[in-house]
Write a protein that binds this ligand. Structure first.
Ligand code: SF4
Ligand code: SF4
Length: 353
């Protein structure tokens, strides 16, 4: 299937977004207390698809909820019965506006593990039924390093329709998947209100990308990091790197690619609720075994696991890094630890020191 590029302007794009919101279940970044989180919206006025990267939380919870109820049950001396189970509500198509490119890539990275040994059909169904409009940033944030990682940000197919700002108020819409192509063509066929024209001239998009790529403060050679980290499992530098960590797990909870979870039961008298909630390998109990042994009792071992999983193990198993360079872990860490700094520092130490 061939993919299309269209050009419009801000007014045309806004009309299209309004039409989408009125016809489809639509989610977009909504501001609350200075942060943007993806919420269901009923009007464009409620949200900002151009929300700033540093203040925008990941779209991941729309696909892998932070905490979801698996079932409610009754357990008495007579036996256990299930009172209700959560039905996945996502049977119809939905649209998400304003997803950052790195964040969309995070969903693509997660797909690999979600269709590996255990098939998470809820995650896969949610992605299958979602059309992602992705707003490419114009400028890198202080902690961003997405252009340094193992994906082609300029031609990313983790999103369905890329929205890119051009010169003189032009806005480009480029389909990147079959789902995006079908969705956008149908929208455009039904209305002439969006001031949209087809174009083959993608030079403005290229210029925007070149300026964007030049705006990065942080750059890394991920292949070099992969190779060097793989040889530094025993590096004492992990101890120093994790010294200030308070094991709050914030870095994992806000990360677009972290996917550890726990199953917990909350029971009052005979009635219980079972939840699936985010967890983190930074939690001291995460690897605690029933017999009392914990292979990662020390902070440095847990931080080693976090960085090795992201830059060595996941890459070995699935061919991609478990990090998309969004920088959110560094932005949110209460003690200012940055994964970019940690892996660059560990990689720079001599083997065995
Ligand atoms: S590890 Fe940090 S920079 Fe990498 S994807 Fe997760 S939050 Fe973003
Ligand atoms: S956010 Fe910072 S302090 Fe909290 S677990 Fe992560 S590295 Fe440690």
């Amino acid at each position: 299937m061939s993919f299309s590029t269209f050009v419009t302007d801000k007014a045309g794009l806004q009309k299209m977004y309004e039409a989408i919101i009125s016809k489809h279940e639509t989610y977009a970044p909504v501001e609350k207390f200075g942060k943007y989180d993806y919420k269901k919206v009923s009007s464009l006025k409620e949200c900002d698809p151009d929300s700033p990267i540093a203040e925008t939380m990941s779209v991941k919870p729309l696909f892998f909820p932070r905490s979801s109820k698996i079932m409610k049950y009754e357990a008495t001396s007579a036996g256990t019965s299930i009172l209700e189970t959560d039905q996945d509500p996502l049977t119809a198509q939905r649209v998400v506006l304003g997803v950052k490119h790195c964040d969309a890539r995070g969903l693509q990275v997660l797909e690999a593990v979600n269709k590996w040994d255990y098939i998470d059909s809820d995650f896969l169904k949610r992605r299958e039924n979602t059309v992602i409009f992705s707003a490419r940033c114009d400028k890198a944030g202080t902690h961003c390093f997405c252009t340094s990682l193992d994906y082609d940000l300029e031609n990313l197919d983790a999103l369905d329709i890329a929205v890119v700002n051009g010169a003189e108020g032009k806005i480009y819409l480029q389909t990147r998947t079959e789902r995006g192509e079908t969705f956008l063509k149908e929208k455009l066929e039904k209305s002439t209100m969006y001031n949209v024209q087809s174009t083959n001239d993608e030079s403005e998009m290229k210029k925007q990308y070149v300026a964007f790529a030049a705006s990065f403060r942080l750059k890394m050679d991920y292949k070099d990091i992969n190779e060097k980290m793989a040889k530094r499992f025993d590096s004492p530098a992990f101890e120093e790197a994790s010294r200030n960590c308070v094991s709050c797990n914030t870095c994992a909870f806000i990360c677009p690619t972290c996917h550890c979870f726990k199953i917990s039961d909350e029971k009052i008298k005979d009635t219980g609720v079972r939840y699936k909630s985010y967890d983190s390998c930074n939690n001291v109990y995460f690897t605690l075994e029933a017999g009392g042994h914990n292979p990662r009792p020390a902070k440095y071992r847990r931080w080693r696991q976090r960085s090795m999983h992201k830059f060595v193990y996941y890459k070995e198993r699935f061919g991609v890094n478990l990090c998309v360079g969004c920088g959110h872990c560094a932005i949110s860490c209460p003690v200012n630890i940055s994964i970019f700094d940690v892996v660059n520092h560990i990689a720079s130490t001599p083997v065995g020191s």
